[in-house]
Structure formats: C-alpha cells, structure tokens
Write a protein that binds this ligand. Structure first.
Ligand code: NDP
Ligand code: GDR
Length: 362
C-alpha cells in the first residue's frame, strides 16, 4: 500500500517542495489550503492534476489550523501515515503585530493536530512532524546552536513555536506517539515569500538591475543567519519520520552570513559592486560604478527584539539521519538572483504590454 501523507501549509515554500518530494517517493499526498479571495496555489499548481482524471495522487482540502473540527474531519477521512505540520503565521516581524493570531495558529494549531490524532485513535499509526525553528534559540546562549542549547525566544512567533515544540515532545512522551521536531534554521529558495529578507533582496536586486526599482530598503544589516536551501531541508523532514525512534534534530548548514553579505553577493551576481558608506540608520549601499545609492536603511524593518546571530550545528542529523545540505551559500544566492532576474524580465514584458503584476509593499 502506498503511504499517505497530510501536509499542512502546503501552499507555502516548504509545503511545495515537500509535496513534490513525497509524490516522487510514491506517496499519496493530501494538503490543507486556506480559502482566500485570490488564488493562493501558485507554488503547487504544477503538481496538481485534474481531479476528474483517474489515479489522482494529490488532493487538496480547505482548512485552517484554527479550526479543530475541520482538522479532525480531514484526518479522519484521510487516515494519514504521516502528518507534516508546516502551516504557520511564519513571519517574525508580523508576529509582533498579530501576536494572538500567531499563538492561535502556530501554538494551539499544533495542539489541535496532536489532539486530533489522539482522539481518532491514530497514535500508533500516524507519525507527526512539527516545523520547529532556530528562532527558539533567539537571544544567543551558545554558538553554534545544537539540540541541547537552551531556548530563549525573542518574538511572539518564537514563543508560539516554543509551545508547539514542547507539546510535541509531551505527546511523544505521554502517549508514545511518533512525533518529531525538526529545528530548522533559515532555508530559502526562488519560491521563498517575498517579504523574507533573502527574497526581498534577490527580487530587489533583479528589479534594480532591470531599471524597474531605484532602491532596496532594509532593516538590520548585521543580523547573521545560517541560510540553506529549502529543497535540501524538506528531505530532512521526511528522513526524521523514517527513523526507528522519534527524536528532535537541528537542520542547518553550519555556516552563518550577515544580511550585509547576502546583499553584496546578490548584487555581485547581477554584476553590481556596492560599497557601504556612513553608519547606523544613515548607512547606504552605493554602486561603485556610478555612485548611485542602491540600499538604504528603513527603521520600519527593525524588530522590537532582534535575533542577532543564528548558527546551527547539524552534527546529530548528519550522524543519525545521514543528512547533509547539498546547496552552498553562493549557489543559493545565485539560484535566487537568476530566478528573480527571469521573473523581473517577464514582469517588464507584461508591464510594457499594459498588464500590472501584483507586488508586495513590505
Ligand atoms: P510559508 O510562510 O511560506 O508558508 C506557511 C504556510 O502556512 C502557507 O501555506 C500558509 O497558507 C499556511 N498557513 C498560515 N496560517 C495558516 C492557518 N491558520 N491555517 C492553515 N494554514 C496556514 O512558510 P515556510 O514554508 O517557509 O515554512 C514552513 C514552516 O516551517 C512554518 O511553520 C515556519 O514557521 C517553519 N519554519 C520555516 C523556516 C524557514 O526558514 N522557511 C525555518 C524554520 C521553521 P497561505 O499560503 O494561505 O498563506
Ligand atoms: P527570520 O527571517 O526572521 O530569520 O525568520 P527574515 O528573512 O524575515 O529575517 C532575517 C533577518 O534579516 C533582518 N532584516 C530584514 N528582514 C526582513 N524580513 N525584511 C527586511 O527588510 C530586513 N532587513 C533586515 C531581520 O531583522 C532578521 O534578523 C525566518 C522565517 O522563515 C521563520 O518562519 C523561521 O522560523 C526562521 O526564519 C528560522
């Protein structure tokens, strides 16, 4: 019998990569998507087949992590072998503006899924993956961060994910469930949400290069992150659920770079060399060739409490799962810039023919 997986957050970056990965492994994949006034399935449309065709292996269900009865009904009808809980209000800065909703979806949403598994008598059948995060480490306690590093969340998002982390551990211990936390460090791709810093930069660089945008406005350039490629990271999620025993794993590259370095590399891939002038919020990134200001600081993008430095130690994942990242930092930046250059060219073409393309204002 083919395995059945349920992915929450299937319309997001990781959901799209994971769905493709599992379909290629022969799984039947079900996903939960939210109702929205505009179509929100761009990232997975290429996987979707007309439901009228026979032998469908990919199914979508309307649902929401804030709606218990909906989750229970979906899980009851699917009887999944594996659930990947990727759905979340995943933007750290937005969580300061919507803390209650973030807690509801990210913390209690996880509890709702675990309870659904328990209520439906699926604790022995259904394996559970929780999308935990390096944001749990927050204020630096130890470098690099590993599974044993103490947590110190620095945002409503991270505090909600802390609850989700521990409730997953608790259900594993209390009910003997196969439930795992993947403590994933930042992972990016050409389909990364446009308001996360990497994609904002690569998209901005591409548009500056093609003369469609003057400047890039950013916040803290000195924050450091351990950035990997999302395609590599979804494989680790699956590997965790194939182990003999459930456990928690850090997934990271073991290499950290600053936002500033990301900007420099992305610009360089587009053939622009920048130098930094001034300091603090007055600092600017200037095109060496013609002195144009291409990067400016905007206070709006500073967070009330910042996470300055995340660097993961993936040794346990390497040893126990046999997992290692394949895409390096320069390859990741290049891949994202190249894809955004292609998109910007398409957008320019549309614009020149009188069509408007939707853009983010963050
Ligand atoms: P995205 O923001 O790209 O995707 C989030 C997904 O969750 C979307 O499909 C979104 O739907 C859905 N969603 C949001 N709220 C709800 C809700 N209330 N009910 C149902 N679905 C909802 O995130 P990523 O793919 O980048 O991340 C996946 C998970 O991994 C998240 O939980 C994130 O917090 C976590 N994580 C991500 C890391 C990263 O670097 N990417 C690192 C560590 C953890 P819609 O499309 O309709 O908005
Ligand atoms: P993060 O990702 O908060 O690490 O959460 P994000 O890309 O939003 O920020 C990374 C760092 O860049 C700094 N920064 C900016 N960030 C944004 N978004 N926009 C800016 O203009 C900007 N300028 C500087 C930030 O201050 C921060 O230090 C991501 C999400 O995917 C979470 O869901 C996930 O849990 C963690 O990664 C691991």
């Amino acid at each position: 019998m083919d395995k059945i997986a349920l992915i929450t957050g299937i319309t997001g970056q990781d959901g799209a990569y994971l769905a493709e990965f599992l379909l290629n492994k022969g799984y039947i994949v079900h996903g939960i998507k939210r109702r929205s006034s505009l179509i929100n399935t761009d990232r997975i449309d290429h996987l979707y087949r007309d439901p009228h065709e026979p032998d469908g292996r990919f199914f979508m269900h309307y649902g929401d992590l804030t709606d218990s009865t909906n989750l229970i009904r979906i899980i009851q009808s699917i009887q999944p072998d594996e659930i990947y809980n990727l759905a979340a209000q995943s933007h750290v800065q937005v969580s300061f503006e919507t803390p209650e909703y973030t807690a509801n979806a990210d913390a209690i949403g996880t509890l709702r899924l675990l309870e659904a598994i328990r209520l439906l008598g699926l604790t022995k059948k259904t394996r559970f993956y929780q999308a935990s995060t390096s944001e749990l480490y927050g204020k630096v306690q130890e470098i690099p961060q590993r599974e044993t590093t103490p947590f110190y969340p620095r945002s409503p998002y991270a505090a909600a994910k802390l609850y989700a982390y521990w409730i997953t551990v608790n259900y594993r211990e209390a009910y003997d469930m196969f439930a795992c936390n993947g403590i994933l460090f930042n992972h990016e791709s050409p389909i990364r949400g446009e308001t996360f810093v990497t994609r904002k930069i690569t998209r901005g660089v591409a548009r500056i290069k093609l003369g469609m945008q003057q400047k890039l406005y950013l916040g803290n350039l000195d924050a450091k992150r351990d950035w990997g490629f999302a395609g590599d990271y979804v494989q680790a999620m699956w590997m965790m659920l194939q182990q003999e025993k459930p456990d928690d794993f850090v997934i990271a590259t073991g290499e950290a770079h600053s936002v500033r370095e990301f900007v420099e590399k992305a610009m360089a891939h587009a053939g622009i060399e920048i130098e930094w002038q001034g300091c603090g919020v007055e600092e600017v990134g200037v095109d060496r060739a013609d002195g144009r200001v291409l990067v400016e600081i905007d206070r709006r993008y500073f967070r009330p409490t910042e996470v300055e430095f995340l660097l993961g130690d993936p040794a346990k994942a390497r040893e126990k799962l046999g997992w290692a990242p394949k895409v390096s930092f320069p390859e990741l930046v290049r891949m994202m810039v190249e894809e955004d250059l292609k998109l910007a060219e398409q957008e320019l073409l549309c614009r020149n023919h009188g069509y408007n393309v939707q853009v983010s204002h963050d």
